[in-house]
Design a protein around this ligand. Structure first.
Ligand code: F6R
Length: 611
């Protein structure tokens, strides 16, 4: 959460920083701001989206060769101009931006207040900044040294960028728990929360690690640890194209990413799945096959949509590999006292690879001797690096705040992992194994066929857009899809929605059924289908409005439904990758029909780097 950008070099910093903020806006859009150094410090900030800042700066003096910028997802203090970053130190010398939370800021604030400091904002950032400034003034040390001393006192997560009026070419940066990438140009450096603001200028980057501090000048990058020892920067090449982070003719990133799924699922399978040879190649699984196939238990940890992918994986792994699986919310797992034994394998699922709860949960499980297998989309991210082994989903940058293509990528990877373990372990017949390889191979084509009928979903969306509530029901592999459909609808269209196992409905939620409540059944043909049809009858008998996602040719379900959307037939193991597509489209079209900003839904942010 919160996006940060910095530039130092010969070019104009403001346009680079502003463009970077637009690319990072998915990380938070409560306010934004920039600080520029050019014969003095200039700080401009504004509540609202980056476009509002840009408009307010038309005609302003933004000339500078060094600058930092921030787009905020509010934690301490309401969204306002006052609480927007960058913050200036009381001395007027320093400006700082921050992504993260300083947990012990109240204590430090008290100490500073006792020394006579007063604060202009409610933020933890302004406290940390003045703490740094105070240390520098009282110890007559360099800013770098003051940052190091201050950070040793700090409890919490941070990525900070600081500029100093007295040193007009240098950005000091440090991270713990919140991401930081530094792009290396010719006589210039770019800093950002992820590579999207950098890719246009250079492909050479350094991912800064926790407890590292960077001193960044146009022609120099010095990396140190908090003990003041130099570290050799490890330069990697970005494997990403600019087109991947642009809308490419679509109105929104969300619909672009929904429509990209035939390709992203294909990219995920490409080079791994070989139907002709009957093989799945995944080094991350092969290298840990003994531990994986002999795991006493697999614990899947994730949040949100990734957690839903984990639930689907629970069904698949238990069915195919006969290994007990538990699926945990990372935020719950990390704070209780979970029993993790040697021989347990943790699968951590994350699109961003930066979700704070998942990251801490991994560390906790690691301490207890578990093997960590990361299923991550963002290459080089913190979770990918914290895992012992893993597999990338190769879905490409996901910029719409609601997760869509990452979910189907996660399902594709998790299915391949399960198939590979099951085949090696002998818990799947050769015939079923080969059939499932083929089914998996066919998924991109089937998703493409579904997307060709997107207009049908739009018509359903227009019909039900004014509903105040919705119920999503499914069984077996489709139960997590029902949860995912409900999550998508609430976050994009602000309609209260709940997902339930279809059979569980009669234990309570059926009381909500009226003539106006849309009840969305995820009812593709699988081993639970007859039971789901009975549940449909129960809703119908109570005059509920039934909308069903069915398998092509399912006349019985059609006759019981007010509206249907049909998907191609598929084995139940791969069916969630198909049945989720109309639900993604439904939330998108309802959101659009209601005039909402579907790429930046209210109160949300893409990368949840606070707990
Ligand atoms: C929902 C959504 C979130 C994320 C969750 C986990 O559309 O995007 O629920 O799935 O915040 O994020 P990652 O996968 O980045 O760990």
């Amino acid at each position: 959460m919160c996006g940060i950008v910095g530039y130092t070099g010969p070019r104009e910093a403001y346009p680079i920083v502003l463009k970077g903020l637009k690319r990072l806006e998915y990380r938070g859009y409560d306010s934004s701001g920039v600080a520029l150094l050019n014969h003095g410090l200039k700080v401009y900030k504004k509540k609202g989206k980056v476009a509002e800042l840009e408009e307010s700066l038309i005609g302003a003096d933004v000339k500078a060769n060094i600058g930092i910028g921030h787009t905020r997802w509010a934690t301490h203090g309401e969204p306002s101009d006052r609480n927007a970053h960058p913050h200036e130190s009381a001395s007027g010398r320093l400006a700082m931006i921050h992504n993260g939370i300083i947990e012990n800021y109240a204590l430090i604030k008290k100490e500073l207040e006792n020394k006579g400091y007063s604060f202009k904002s409610d933020t933890d950032t302004e406290v940390l900044l003045n703490f740094i400034d105070d240390i520098q003034q009282h110890n007559d040390c360099s800013l770098e040294e003051a940052v190091r001393v201050a950070l040793k006192r700090v409890v919490g997560a941070y990525c900070i960028l600081l500029i100093d009026k007295e040193d007009p070419h240098t950005i000091i940066a440090a991270r713990k728990g919140s991401p930081l990438v530094i792009g290396i140009g010719k006589g210039e450096h770019f800093l950002a929360s992820d590579a999207s603001p950098i890719i246009e200028y250079t492909k050479e980057v350094v991912y800064v690690n926790d407890y590292e501090l960077a001193i960044v000048r146009p022609d120099e990058l010095i990396l140190k640890n908090l003990g003041n020892e130099k570290i050799t920067p490890y330069v990697t090449k970005l494997d990403m194209e600019l087109a991947a982070i642009e809308k490419g003719g679509y109105d929104h990133f969300m619909i672009k990413e929904i429509f990209e799924q035939p390709k992203t699922i294909y990219d995920c399978l490409r080079g791994r799945l070989d139907v002709a040879k009957g093989t799945i190649t995944m080094a991350g699984v092969e290298n840990y096959m003994e531990q994986l196939k002999n795991a006493h238990r697999i614990i899947i940890i994730a949040c949100g949509t990734s957690w839903h992918a984990g639930l689907v994986a629970e069904y698949i792994i238990e069915e195919l590999c006969r290994i007990p699986v538990e699926v945990e919310y990372a935020s719950e797992f990390r704070y209780r006292n979970p029993v993790v034994n040697k021989g347990d394998v943790i699968i951590a699922i994350s699109q961003s690879g930066e979700t704070a709860d998942t990251l801490v949960a991994i560390e906790k499980a690691k301490e207890q001797g578990a093997i960590i297998f990361g299923v991550v989309n963002a290459v080089g991210s913190s979770i990918a690096r914290a895992s012992h082994t893993g597999a990338y989903t190769h879905s490409g940058p996901e910029i719409g705040v609601a997760s869509t293509k990452a979910f189907t990528g996660q399902l594709a990877v998790l299915t391949m992992i399960a198939l590979k373990i099951a085949h090696n372990k002998g818990t799947i017949s050769e015939e079923r194994y080969l059939q499932l390889l083929q089914d998996l191979h066919d998924v991109p084509e089937k998703v493409d066929a579904i997307l060709k009928n997107a207009e049908e979903v739009k018509a359903i969306a227009d019909k039900y857009k004014d509903s105040t509530d919705a119920l999503f029901l499914g069984r077996g592999y489709n139960f997590p899809v029902a949860l995912e459909g409900a999550l998508k609808l609430k976050e994009i269209s602000y309609i209260h929605a709940e997902g339930y196992p279809a059979a569980e409905m009669k234990h309570g939620p059926i009381a909500l059924v009226t003539e106006t409540l849309p009840v969305i059944f995820v009812a593709t043909k699988d081993s639970y289908h007859e039971k789901v049809v009975s549940n449909m009858q129960e809703i119908k008998a109570r005059k509920g409005r039934v909308i069903s996602i069915i398998t092509e040719g399912d006349e019985l379900s059609t006759s019981l439904s007010n509206d249907v959307f049909a998907v191609p037939p598929a084995d139940e193991i791969v069916a969630p990758m198909l049945s989720v597509i109309p639900l993604q489209l439904l939330s998108y079209y309802v959101g659009i029909a209601k005039g909402y900003d579907v790429d930046k839904p209210r109160n949300l942010a893409k990368s949840v780097t606070v707990e």
